[in-house]
Design a protein around this ligand. Structure first.
Ligand code: ZN
Length: 185
């Protein structure tokens, strides 16, 4: 891809995500627009890779469109190409499974994901930990928040070692685990 193509890819991925997530809100007490989450993930990936991987940044914007908005893999292939669509597919849980099984499988699958899907996974978990620190869901007791922190750590354990900046970003957020207990009590 040349410079024009990569700019077009990223801009259209952002626009498509904004449209698809338009009516979706985050679970946090501030009920942020869902788009804020995917744009944070895309920005983390852009920074971590110095903007060198447009397809990965695009996948950051799109990473929850299959799981949450019933977009198909085929539609993503058609709009954004095979590479982006496959990255999003790797970041998508099988929603036919029960939640606990999906969470267990994320830990198992993380270690076997492609290197770029691992970066996407860490960025997603960074954004989710930050959300729990700044705007935890009103109905989540402290223990549920810390359990999430620990589960995220277990998923990220299978993804580490590829990008020191993302690893450090995650570790900095995980180190604030006890802060969620303070805000919840
Ligand atoms: Zn996400």
């Amino acid at each position: 891809m040349n410079g024009n193509d990569t700019t077009l890819l990223v801009v259209h991925a952002a626009h498509f995500a904004a449209e698809r997530h338009m009516h979706q809100r985050r679970k946090g007490e501030q009920a942020e627009p869902y788009f804020n989450h995917v744009s944070e993930v895309a920005a983390l990936l852009a920074d971590a890779t110095d903007g060198a991987d447009a397809a990965l940044i695009a996948a950051g914007y799109l990473h929850d469109t299959i799981e949450d908005q019933n977009v198909t893999h085929a539609e993503l292939v058609e709009r954004f190409g095979q590479d982006v669509a496959d990255l999003v597919a790797e970041a998508t849980d099988d929603k036919t499974l029960k939640k606990e099984e999906r969470k267990r499988l994320q830990i198992v699958h993380a270690a076997h994901a492609s290197p770029r899907a691992k970066l996407l996974k860490i960025a997603d978990k960074c954004a989710n930990l930050r959300a729990l620190l700044t705007s935890p869901p009103a109905d989540w007791p402290a223990e549920r928040c810390t359990t999430y922190f620990d589960w995220a750590r277990d998923v990220v354990a299978g993804c580490r070692g590829l990008n020191p900046r993302l690893d450090a970003e995650f570790d900095g957020l995980y180190a604030r685990r006890e802060d969620v207990v303070k805000t919840r009590t």
